[in-house]
Design a protein around this ligand. Structure first.
Ligand SMILES: Nc1ncnc2c1ncn2[C@@H]1O[C@H](COP(=O)(O)OP(=O)(O)O)[C@@H](O)[C@H]1O
Ligand SMILES: [Mg+2]
Ligand SMILES: [Zn+2]
Length: 364
């Protein structure tokens, strides 16, 4: 069984692309009305569907069974099948990052001169378009100035700011958006069900948080966990992503609340054994205390963190915020300082020890 979900679950039709509604609608209208431009630019963060959409758009244009007024590819005809198998002669996919040389551009220019072999068009999908060299950009511009009627370019990039304005002015541009957490979780759930993987909801939410709107990253974390575990749990997610477990920080703060210096020191000596770096621990701790101070101010501020924490975690945070009687502004100031000094000291652990000594009063 293949566990590389982001390949296995690549959308094959417009209806399978999640989100990007305006883009899907505009492209589908262009197909229905046979009003297709010569050059498109798909911009947006990685893993939001640029390459998938480009292929579906091309497939639909080439599809032999698509009727007038339809915009979805049939996915079954000879051309659709060949495109799915990356094997269709008139759809040419290039990665600008690895096709930057003069020779490649010459080849491209030659290639463009010949008419399509099988379809009505020749479609070029040019990935990482911002990485094109100057020579390549100039060559591309020449082509875009007077494109042969059978040519369609789809440029894709995560970095449109790096594209030169003369190219930007000749393309129809679409901005792909990060996917919502809800959409990502729903999609992960569907995959788990199809793959017979057990999961708990907070774990899927955590994956969605880590993926920051990119579906590929979310699917990739899911498949990595599924390869070594038979269930998707919060601990498994944390293990994989090397975040200091929320529960670890929570424990450390609980020891601080109890003013148990010894337990806190034991904790950081143990932290060293587990291979977590001190600065990541400090950064996580700082983030945690920021939440505590805001929740102590008002529990309603939990809405700020609803995207980052599960409800169980928020309940623990609120509980600790209401019981802690240490000086939170002082702690946050000291943590910020420690985070800065820890990077410039030969004794990183000393920054943590000092933090503990300064902020947990000595028990008599
Ligand atoms: N909008 C989306 N809807 C459904 N799946 C998506 C979407 N965006 C990305 N994916 C998933 O991520 C994988 C990679 O997507 P891709 O289209 O190559 O993203 P990009 O080109 O924007 O980096 C796809 O195979 C699919 O599994
Ligand atoms: Mg891509
Ligand atoms: Zn077809």
């Amino acid at each position: 069984m293949s566990k590389v979900f982001y390949r296995k679950y690549r959308p094959q039709k417009f209806s399978e692309i999640i989100g990007q509604d305006n883009i899907k609608q505009t492209l589908q209208n262009a197909i229905k009305t046979n009003n297709i431009a010569h050059a498109y630019l798909f911009c947006g963060p990685r893993g939001t569907g640029k390459t998938s959409t480009a292929r579906i758009f091309a497939k639909s244009i080439f599809c032999q069974k698509r009727k007038e007024n339809e915009s979805e590819p049939c996915t079954k005809c000879e051309f659709c099948t060949e495109i799915k198998e990356d094997n269709f002669i008139d759809l040419i996919e290039l990665d600008a990052a690895s096709n930057r040389g003069i020779q490649e551009i010459r080849d491209l220019k030659e290639n463009i001169k010949t008419r399509p072999f099988k379809g009505k068009y020749k479609i070029y999908i040019l990935d990482e378009a911002h990485q094109l060299t100057k020579e390549a950009c100039n060559a591309l511009l020449k082509i875009l100035e007077e494109p042969p009627e059978y040519i369609i370019f789809i440029l894709a990039t995560t970095d449109p700011e790096k594209m030169i304005p003369t190219i930007l002015s000749r393309v129809q541009r679409f901005n792909f958006q990060r996917l919502t957490q809800k959409d990502i979780i729903q999609n992960l759930k569907n995959i788990c069900k199809k793959e017979n993987i057990t999961f708990d909801e907070p774990a899927l939410k955590k994956i969605a948080i880590l993926a920051r709107g990119g579906m590929r990253d979310a699917e990739s974390i899911l498949s990595q966990i599924a390869t070594v575990n038979n269930e998707i749990s919060l601990t498994n997610v944390d293990d994989l992503t090397h975040n200091v477990h929320f529960s670890n920080i929570q424990e450390f703060v609980a020891d601080m609340i109890k003013k148990d210096r010894k337990a806190c020191l034991d904790f950081i000596y143990h932290l060293d054994d587990t291979g977590y770096s001190f600065d990541i621990f400090l950064a996580n701790l700082l983030e945690y205390f920021r939440k505590l101070i805001l929740l102590k101010e008002s529990e309603s501020l939990e809405k700020l963190f609803i995207e980052e924490n599960t409800q169980e975690e928020l309940d623990i945070l609120k509980d600790q915020a209401s019981t802690i009687d240490l000086d939170l502004t002082k702690i946050i100031t000291e943590l910020s300082t420690a985070l800065y000094t820890i990077k410039n000291t030969p004794f990183p652990i000393l920054s943590l020890e000092l933090f503990i000594f300064k902020n947990i009063p000595c028990k008599k």
